[in-house]
Design a protein around this ligand. Structure first.
Ligand SMILES: [Zn+2]
Length: 577
């Protein structure tokens, strides 16, 4: 591991609370003097527990995204390092044979479960321990224990076990097809003699085939990397020799009608291409990086955003709760969750629902993602002073019945939004909070008086997206007692069966097909209004909401695991259990 990576890893661990600043500093000092795997040193010296590390990876591992161009915001910088942690964990190798013997002898796994893990590993190319964590056959806690009892793990191995490596000694002659860390179980194949035009066509066609929503083309030394985002996760699909990099980038920039000589400033463009009689559109953005221009292409597919309430993945009684919220003639409904948790999709689904009942809906968005029929959509434009707050203020004067504000992220917008909800409008918006009760605290932090929050707010929907197990290749297995315990399920209560996807043609060998939502819905009742006005804690609000029938995100996740809709791994990544 290089030292800048070490620094990033330590920063991430520190930000996640797994290391104190003092320890972090000491570790980095030591790191300069010694060589070797930093994480391994941290774990074997007992400074960091494996469980803590695993948790950090589970929680932040999905922020591999670098769609956001500037690295100025600390959040973005923070997210960018997560992938490095993931890679570092992969390097932390544990002897498979030793592990197998241990697991069988200690009775933690049956031969059948072990066989299932070994079989799954063939598809993922992951180390055995990771496959087992992914399958939910072991918990991070159990892994920590195993590491302790097994003594220090073996030397860190480069990830040569991962997928096909067709390395060519001569760059430019052949394309190297690699499957990196995460689950790239399938790689694109390109002819050795392929031209830039052919490679770009293949990249596009395969992206459609793989149901990718984004394509990342990243200049890196020594090879350019191509990744697809499928169901929210990035997969490495191809690396290209540096020699071909300029022609591939130019080809895409030409298609997107961009200035090909400008390489230092970010540019935006659009392109369309045809595949099997169908036209596809993409939004293209270039971002200058240290190694050259990076391209991010977003496939604009209506089906990626537009859907009905029925398709969001709500449990029947949650759907009922949400419908009753939407049916209220006035008040504020907030959808909360991190970036990429499907908030916009849910808002659009809700708007589509009310669109049938009324015809005076106005939205203010940044940017307008999709044109909705019969709805007036305004786009934020800070250059001319059109912000969420100012836009909302002028919309209020136009007597709309229903308003949608893309996001409440400042005091001004919060104030206008609350006022709108109090003066008889129905207002939908999103907020960046972890769960439903914390939305109330966040509004308070924007300076809104508790009694105003209590009267303005009709409900909060917290949500997360998890990947759906592919129905074509779903396999059932009996989870270990440890996993059940971790999820709060009683092993002896019944014969539990969980599922995972082995990977097949249909799901592009990812084991997952599409995503579904986990929900936590608060309906603000009279009792809750009193508690909010009295400034009771989030815990108190949550307890009452649960009494009144709210399912938490955790419950929602566990329900989906039991139904075989998703895996424990997916739920653990999205929701802290
Ligand atoms: Zn499948």
């Amino acid at each position: 591991m290089q030292s800048d990576t070490a620094q990033q890893v330590v920063a991430l661990l520190q930000a996640a609370g797994a290391l104190t600043p003092e320890v972090a500093e000491r570790v980095l000092m030591q790191k300069q003097q010694t060589e070797g795997n930093l994480l391994q040193t941290l774990i074997t010296s007992g400074v960091l527990s494996f469980a803590a590390l695993q948790e950090v990876v589970l929680r932040y591992g999905r922020f591999i995204d670098s769609d956001v161009p500037a690295l100025t915001s600390p959040r973005v910088a923070f997210e960018g390092t997560a992938e490095k942690v993931g890679q570092a964990v992969d390097e932390y190798s544990i002897d498979d044979a030793q592990l197998q013997t241990f697991l069988l002898q200690s009775g933690r796994l049956t031969q059948e479960q072990l066989d299932a893990a070994l079989q799954a590993r063939q598809h993922t190319g992951h180390p055995l321990w990771r496959t087992m964590l992914n399958l939910g056959l072991l918990t991070p806690q159990e892994m920590t224990e195993i590491i302790k009892t097994q003594g220090p793990p073996g030397q860190a191995q480069p990830t040569t076990t991962n997928g096909a490596m067709v390395e060519s000694p001569e760059p430019g002659r052949a394309l190297v097809l690699q499957a990196h860390h995460e689950v790239a179980r399938r790689v694109i194949e390109v002819e050795e003699t392929a031209t830039a035009v052919q490679i770009v066509n293949t990249i596009f066609a395969e992206a459609i085939q793989a149901r990718a929503t984004d394509i990342h083309i990243e200049p890196q030394v020594p090879r350019m990397r191509v990744r697809y985002r499928i169901d929210g996760m990035l997969f490495d699909v191809l690396t290209v020799p540096q020699l071909l990099e300029p022609s591939i980038i130019s080809r895409i920039k030409v298609l997107a009608d961009m200035n090909i000589t400008e390489r230092r400033l970010p540019q935006d463009g659009r392109l369309s291409f045809h595949l099997r009689e169908q036209e596809y559109n993409m939004r293209v953005a270039t971002i200058p990086t240290a190694h050259g221009e990076k391209l991010v292409l977003r496939l604009l597919m209506k089906s990626n955003v537009l859907t009905g309430l029925k398709q969001l993945g709500l449990e029947p009684d949650d759907e009922q709760r949400l419908r009753s919220l939407i049916a209220k003639p006035q008040g504020m409904i907030l959808v909360t969750g991190p970036i990429g948790s499907g908030k916009t999709t849910s808002l659009y689904a809700a708007l589509n629902e009310v669109n049938i009942l009324t015809n005076n809906i106005v939205t203010i968005e940044d940017p307008v993602e999709y044109q909705l029929t019969g709805i007036n959509q305004v786009e934020v434009d800070t250059k001319i002073g059109l912000t969420f707050a100012s836009g909302l203020r002028s919309i209020l004067r136009q007597d709309a019945d229903i308003l949608m504000v893309g996001e409440i992220r400042d005091v001004e917008t919060a104030t206008v939004a609350v006022r709108a909800a109090l003066t008889g409008q129905q207002l939908f918006s999103t907020l960046h909070t972890v769960d439903a009760p914390s939305a109330i605290t966040t509004l308070g932090n924007f300076g809104i008086q508790p009694y105003l929050i209590a009267s303005a707010l009709s409900g909060v929907v917290a949500q997360r997206l998890v990947r759906r197990i592919c129905p074509e290749c779903r396999r059932w297995y009996t989870p270990s007692a440890g996993v059940l315990h971790h999820l709060g399920l009683k092993p002896d209560q019944q014969e539990w069966q969980f599922a995972y996807g082995v990977g097949c043609e249909t799901c592009y060998y990812t084991g997952y097909l599409g995503r579904t939502g986990l929900f936590e819905i608060i309906r603000v009742s009279e009792t809750l209004r009193h508690l909010i006005t009295a400034q009771k804690s989030e815990q108190a609000l949550k307890a009452v909401a649960i009494q009144e029938g709210m399912h938490t995100l955790q419950h929602s996740g566990i329900a989906k695991i039991i139904q075989g809709v998703t895996t424990p791994q997916e739920v653990m990544r999205e929701v802290y259990l």
